[in-house]
Design a protein. Structure first.
Ligand code: GLN
Length: 569
């Protein structure tokens, strides 16, 4: 019988429920069990594809092309396994399915009601995943915070499942214990209220993960235990730490894995968290630093800098850096500033490498193109991801091939049509997409999920992957226009990777540069902490050799404002 572990959040959002879920998964996996993880998002959006990255963070893409919440990325990274569309559930998906069934007379004339039909649909979807994956454990993270309206029906589904399988369902509450500055004491009351709210939904937590600035002390453990009706042994400290990858190791220090197994009457089949432990040792004792600049636009939300929009890129940089025992320092560079003041480009010399990640729309692209030109001519290691690759092609077309009006159709649409005939669409849509776009049918025009890519011999990519055929994940609408392929190649742009089915360019490189690669796909989605992505590895390797670095690090870097990444995890 599969075991169900529901993970819910108390007190407030953003306390690391996704990473806690992923960490529980990695612990149980290390004990020899088959695991899968589901994220339930209370949004009415059917998937995350239509959500603004500033509001919701990165859109993560699975191999089978689902546009998901970024937590799916956390699960894949911690579980070191691929997930599928079914692992992501939203309110929108559930209601859509129930309404479709009703229209198809599948409820056989019954009144279709919010309860039980919505929770039943949730349960059937969870069970579908269990059946498909033949898993021992399914972790189900319910988005949002207990006590709000939006996730009530999901809690209802969890309660019903527990009623049906009392021995096979477990509840973990990830709560937060604030330390108000004026009191200077860790407070348990919000957690007590969170448990009350959960109780009102008919659910009693079996385990509480106590997120806080510091570990829990004994008096607070006792207090939570008595007021929340949970054994002290099942209240686990989850203090702030330097790296999220420490979490599984920290949880295990408090015996979380075995506590969970005991509740289900199970025993560990093996014990093996040693690779994680090794990784944590490297993270805590780096031998060098590497400075990477990420040029983007999805950073700002009011007065705050958000990194969530690029979370997989950040993690991929970290994985590859840790491989070389280096600590990555990531700086957020706003593309628009290079548009307005190109003299700022000089600061790019201070980095070991520059990444231009994915993005949509025309804001900031001219700044990014300037950055790419600078990296190309100054031989700064450069990695362009999706939009970053398309802009690298535009830059090359304009400045090396002399196609001054080179542009992508994506930006051209937004411009006035005046003088339009002069523009050259070096990045364009495919013919079959054009018709759909004319009808404003944007949904069906994205290339999503995994596609094959054939690598050309004697390229950096071929060397990095050590293979001739690879598969990578996509999320884009536009492609390198084959009409321009010949001239680009003639001038030295190497088409290092090609999709064999449709002859689409997947990777571009240039010669006589320490590292200059653009990928139409998103390699960051497949990077894992214990298996860094080959292209990121090669990029970091080139960056560590980049000569400017050692000379500059100690003095000039200081005037470059960069957020301390360790505080954001
Ligand atoms: N906006 C570009 C496209 O749709 C690139 C997308 C991306 O970077 N993910 O093709």
């Amino acid at each position: 019988m599969p075991k169900y572990i529901f993970i819910v959040g108390g007190v407030m959002s953003g306390i690391g429920k996704g990473v806690a879920t992923a960490s529980i998964g990695s612990i149980l996996k290390s004990k020899g069990f088959k695991i899968t993880a589901i994220k339930i998002d209370p949004y009415i959006n059917v998937d995350a594809g239509t959500m603004n990255p500033i509001e919701h963070g990165e859109v993560f893409v699975t191999n089978d092309g689902a546009e998901c919440d970024q937590d799916l990325g956390n699960y894949e990274r911690f579980l070191d396994q691929d997930l599928i569309t079914d692992n992501y559930i939203t309110t929108g998906k559930i209601y859509q399915a129930v309404i479709e069934k009703e229209r198809n007379l599948e409820y056989k004339g019954k009144c279709v009601e919010v309860v039980p039909h919505i929770p039943e649909e949730v349960i059937s979807r969870i069970q579908k995943v269990v059946k498909k994956t033949k898993t021992d454990f399914v972790l189900i993270e319910i988005g949002g915070t207990v006590g709000e309206y939006q996730n009530l029906l999901f809690l209802e589904a969890a309660r019903i499942l527990k009623l049906r399988h009392p021995k096979d369902v477990l509840f973990v509450l990830v709560s937060y214990l604030p330390i108000p500055a004026m009191i200077g004491e860790m407070k348990t009351k919000p957690t007590q209220y969170a448990v009350r709210s959960l109780n009102m939904a008919g659910i009693q937590p079996d385990i509480i993960l106590a997120r806080a600035q510091f570990p829990l002390d004994i008096p607070r453990k006792k207090k939570i235990s008595i007021f929340c009706n949970v054994k002290e042994l099942d209240i686990v400290s989850a203090p702030d730490i330097k790296s999220i990858y420490e979490i599984p190791v920290n949880f295990e220090k408090e015996n979380l894995g075995n506590r969970i197994l005991k509740k289900f009457g199970l025993r560990a089949r093996k014990k093996d968290l040693k690779d994680w432990k090794k990784l944590v040792t490297v993270i805590k004792n780096p031998q060098k630093e590497i400075n990477i600049g990420v040029v983007g636009k999805y950073f700002k939300s009011g007065d705050f800098t958000l990194m969530d929009s690029y979370i997989s890129v950040i993690e991929a940089i970290k994985h590859a850096s840790y491989f070389f025992k280096a600590e990555p320092k990531i700086s957020w560079l706003d593309a628009e500033k290079y548009e307005n003041s190109p003299q700022k480009l000089k600061e790019l010399k201070k980095f070991n490498g520059i990444i231009v990640p994915g993005g949509f729309g025309s804001r900031g692209v001219e700044g990014k193109i300037k950055v790419i030109e600078f990296c190309r001519t100054q031989k700064i290691p450069f990695l362009g991801l999706c939009l970053g690759m398309q802009l690298a092609v535009i830059e090359f077309a304009r400045n090396v091939c002399g196609i001054k009006k080179a542009i992508s159709r994506e930006f051209f649409n937004k411009k006035t049509k005046e003088g339009s005939c002069q523009y050259q669409m070096v990045i364009d849509v495919m013919l079959d997409q054009k018709e759909k776009l004319n009808k404003k049918n944007y949904g069906g025009t994205m290339r999503l999920g995994a596609y094959d890519c054939k690598l050309m011999p004697n390229t950096i990519s071929h060397r990095a992957y050590g293979a001739s055929l690879i598969s990578e994940r996509h999320r884009h609408r536009y492609e390198l226009n084959s009409e321009f392929q010949q001239i680009l190649e003639k001038k030295g742009l190497i088409m290092a990777g090609i999709n064999p089915e449709r002859n689409l360019v997947e990777i571009v490189e240039i010669k006589k540069h320490p590292f200059f690669i653009g990928t139409q796909f998103h390699p960051e989605f497949k990077s894992k902490p214990l298996r860094p992505h080959p292209l990121f590895k090669e990029f970091i390797k080139a960056g560590l050799k980049f000569p400017h670095f050692h000379k500059i690090l100690n003095y000039e870097m200081q005037d470059l404002k960069r957020p301390d990444l360790s505080k954001t995890e």
